[in-house]
Structures are given as structure tokens and as C-alpha cells.
Write a protein that binds this ligand. Structure first.
Ligand code: ARG
Ligand code: ZN
Length: 472
């Protein structure tokens, strides 16, 4: 849409630029999105958040969440106004201590006009007071707050934050988090990172969580309910904190038999991906009726359904693999989702091989053979699947086949060097598919554009020859 406006506007803008030196430009509003082609209005322009401090109270009976978010931000331009992404009700906003005007200009946009414009490079403390019943707030027809018998959970991808804290909701703006949540005694609040403390007073228990490493907004999580929290330490001294709903029923055994193996699995993953990038780990299983898992940072979210058939270490491998591929190294845009899902799936194939349940090559061959050429599966390009197919099976399975093809093309030594080098190269940052292709070419010294074009971008089943593998 913007393109249509640019043609006449560009002439006026160009002549204005000639007349007025840049330094005298008026402060302008930050854009209401970062311009991700899949989700143009997700995230916001004009500022960068370095830290979120969320101090909340949650009442399981009524599903009412209330509290204050304090954001530490830096203006990236002279800023007259800026947006946060948020869907609950806001009662007050302050910027650098002063009350700011605000309105909700879209279903998930909170538009803030500070009393005085912010200068480029200026630090801003943004305080938002809010409340709401997140399970009742629908945006585009859905909510990512999953109500349970005894509480609720924020989990979805890419939209999870809107229902519990105001944010710059895009993986390109990562920050550290302090999440402090008071819940009625007997109820627990689970979030990312380390549990700094837990204090009871007058019928309420406050849980103080800290997530220190840069964390994307969709990877921040909050779960409230009646949980059994288990605490242990890894051999290298990192806290392992797991939480299981007290109402998992027949799924409890399988859930524990899987999630309790998180440290062992993480140690095994370190052999492929290098040192675990965070300072805590674990997993939690609320009693939701959801049917997915999510790699919430340091502490993945699992659904009871993940354990319906018995133990499922494979899902733990998948979510913990994301701690390197997706969380420490995040996508630049949502089109890069293969960098998350293709690699997390491939890690599951490596685990299968380790467990004597089929090699990665056998699983790649099986996936290749189980989708005939006319299967719409092959229409989805894992390298740019489109917003509607971001989590299509092809992103996972064809995405992992692409890695098997790469492995066969460049050999095990270089392939595993790439797998281990990448998380180190981009630790705590963002990267895209092009960056990965360039890195694999650099490590192997081979041109790989053709192989990746075949496996990631063509809307058709790759011929066995194009795979660069005899086995296909
Ligand atoms: N990253 C998640 C996983 O692969 C996928 C989440 C999909 N989101 C959803 N609401 N189903 O584990
Ligand atoms: Zn995944």
C-alpha cells in the first residue's frame, strides 16, 4: 500500500530534503510496525526496548490480570509518538515520569504521545498500568491466553505477548525480563529464567522470575495454576526448574518421564550445537487442551497432549534445540522460520539416530517417500512459506530434508561444523536464511545456492539428483 503513495510523495519529500538540513527535521511518529512482510503491523518502529519489568497480579477465579509494565527503551529517531503492541485495557501511561496521552488505534496497537518528544538516542522509561481478562480479549478472532481450570497460560507463535504485556512485538527487538507475579497462596506462577525469590504475604504469593539473556517477545511466557515445581541443578550448576500442573491425570507419568530428561537432552544437544546459551533450563506442562509445544526461552511450554501416547523425549529435543536455533539466534523476519523449525526437526532426527530408532538419513528418505510428487506438501517452500504456512509440516520435514541434503553435499565434518558454528556466530542476535546459506558456503567452500534453491524455494518435489544424495 505504501508503494502507491510513494510516487507522488517522493517528489515532495525529495525537494523538502534539499531545502531543510536533516538535523532540523521535526520529530516524527514511530511506525506502527517494523515492516515484516508477513505481518506488517507487528513490532513498532522508532525505538528499541532493552528491558521489560512486569509486576502483575493474577486472580485465577476471574482470570483477571492487572499490574504495571516498565519498559526501558531508547529512541532510534526524533520521536513525537510511538506504538506498543497490546490488547488489554490501559489506565495510565507515563514516559520519563510524565503522564503521556495514549489511545488504542488498532486491535493490538497502543499509541503513546509523550509530553515531550524524545530525541534520537534518548533513553526513555515507559510505564504502562493495565488490566484485563485475557481469555476474553480476542484479536483477529483469537486469544493466545489459554484458560485452564486453575489459571491460564500465554503461549502462541508469533502472537503471545499482546494478552499479557505491552511490547515491541517482533523478534528483532530482544530484551531482558523481570517478571513478578502475585497469585493466591496455593497457586504458582511460572515464567522464564531463574526464580529469584518467592514470597507470601496476606494470602498472596509473589513469584519473581528473571530472564537475563536477550529474549524475543513471543518467547516470554507466563503460566498460572496449581503446579508442582521441581528444582535441581545441572552438572555445571545451572538451575533446572520444571513445573507440572497438579491436574495432569493419566498424562502425568509420561510428562515427567520426558521433561525430567531436559538436562540430559540439553547436554546431548551441546555436543552438536555448542555450549547451552542460557543460564537456566526446564519445562512446564499446564493442564491446557492445546495440542502444541512452544520453545519459550529457557523453559518450553508443553501440552498434556504431547504426552498422550507415553513419554516423548523427541518433543523435548525439539524445544530445547530451539534454544540455540530460534531463541539465542532469532529470525530477522518471520519468513526465516526454517532456521527455527527445520533445525529443531533435524535435531529430533539426530536424537532418533542416537536412540537407535532410525538414522537421520532413514527418516529423511521416509519423509521424502511418504509425499508423492503431487502432494500439496511440495507446494510449500520452507524458505519463504508465507504467513499462513509458517508452521506447515513442510517447513519442518522438508526443512529437515534440506539439511540432510546439505549434509550429504558437504560431508559430515563441514556439516557438523556449520551446525555448531552458527549459534556461536549469531549468539543473542538475529539472522536470516541468506545468512545461513552464505555461512554454509563459507565453511564448506562449496557453492550451495542451487541446493538451497531446490530444497527451500521450489514449489515442487526435488528430484533425487538435485538433492545431491545417492540415497534419495
Ligand atoms: N515453534 C513451535 C514448535 O515448533 C510451533 C508453535 C506453533 N504455534 C501454534 N500455536 N500451534 O514447537
Ligand atoms: Zn519448533
Amino acid at each position: 500500500m505504501r508503494h502507491r503513495l510513494i510516487v507522488p510523495g517522493a517528489i515532495a519529500a525529495a525537494s523538502l530534503l534539499l531545502a531543510v538540513p536533516a538535523s532540523a527535521a521535526e520529530p516524527s511518529p514511530g511506525s506502527p510496525g517494523v515492516g515484516d512482510p508477513y505481518y506488517p503491523d507487528y513490532g513498532n518502529g522508532g525505538y528499541d526496548v532493552s528491558h521489560y519489568d512486569l509486576r502483575l497480579t493474577y486472580r485465577p477465579k476471574t482470570d483477571k490480570l492487572a499490574g504495571t509494565a516498565t519498559l526501558l527503551a531508547t529512541a532510534k529517531q526524533d520521536l513525537s509518538r510511538f506504538n506498543l503492541d497490546f490488547a488489554l485495557d490501559v489506565s495510565e501511561v507515563r514516559v520519563n515520569g510524565k503522564k503521556a496521552r495514549f489511545d488504542t488505534s488498532g486491535a493490538h496497537e497502543l499509541r503513546i504521545t509523550p509530553a515531550a518528544p524524545l530525541a534520537k538516542g534518548e533513553k526513555a522509561t515507559v510505564v504502562v498500568r493495565y488490566q484485563g481478562v485475557p481469555s476474553k480479549v480476542e484479536v483477529n478472532g483469537f486469544t493466545s491466553w489459554h484458560r485452564t481450570e486453575d489459571g491460564g497460560v500465554a503461549a502462541n507463535e508469533p502472537e503471545a505477548a499482546w494478552w499479557w504485556f505491552p511490547s515491541n512485538d517482533h523478534p528483532t527487538d530482544k530484551a531482558s525480563y523481570d517478571v513478578s507475579v502475585a497469585v493466591p497462596d496455593g497457586t504458582q506462577a511460572i515464567s522464564n529464567g531463574t526464580l529469584q525469590s518467592q514470597r507470601s504475604r496476606a494470602g498472596w504469593t509473589r513469584y519473581n522470575w528473571r530472564s537475563r539473556a536477550p529474549q524475543a517477545t513471543y518467547l516470554a511466557t507466563l503460566a498460572v495454576g496449581r503446579f508442582d515445581i521441581t528444582k535441581a541443578k545441572t552438572d555445571s550448576g545451572l538451575p533446572i526448574i520444571n513445573a507440572y500442573s497438579k491436574d495432569l491425570g493419566e498424562h502425568e507419568g509420561a510428562a515427567r518421564a520426558s521433561v525430567e530428561r531436559t538436562a540430559e537432552i540439553t547436554e546431548w544437544l551441546e555436543g552438536y550445537f555448542g555450549t547451552y546459551p542460557f543460564d537456566a533450563m526446564g519445562g512446564y506442562v499446564p493442564n491446557t487442551d492445546t495440542t502444541f509445544a512452544l520453545e519459550t526461552q529457557t523453559r518450553p511450554f508443553y501440552s498434556p497432549d504431547d504426552f498422550a501416547d507415553g513419554s516423548n523425549t523427541s518433543v523435548v529435543v525439539h524445544e530445547m534445540a530451539h534454544q540455540w536455533y530460534g531463541n539465542s539466534v532469532s529470525v530477522k523476519g518471520w519468513k526465516d522460520i526454517w532456521i527455527n523449525e527445520g533445525f529443531a526437526r533435524y535435531a529430533q532426527w539426530l536424537w532418533s539416530e542416537d536412540q537407535g530408532e532410525g538414522t537421520a538419513q532413514e527418516l529423511a528418505d521416509y519423509a521424502y517417500a511418504s509425499h508423492p510428487a503431487d502432494d500439496p506438501f511440495w507446494k510449500v517452500a520452507p524458505g519463504d512459506p508465507g504467513p499462513d504456512n509458517q508452521f506447515h509440516r513442510a517447513v519442518y520435514d522438508r526443512g529437515a530434508m534440506a539439511l540432510q541434503a546439505l549434509r550429504n553435499e558437504i560431508g559430515d565434518k563441514d556439516f557438523f561444523a556449520v551446525l555448531k558454528g552458527w549459534p556461536q556466530l549469531h549468539k543473542g542476535g538475529n539472522a536470516d536464511v541468506g545468512d545461513f546459506v552464505a555461512y554454509a558456503e563459507k565453511v564448506s567452500g562449496k557453492p550451495l545456492a542451487g541446493l538451497f534453491d531446490t530444497w527451500l524455494y521450489q514449489p515442487s518435489k526435488p528430484a533425487s539428483k538435485a538433492a545431491g544424495t545417492a540415497a534419495f
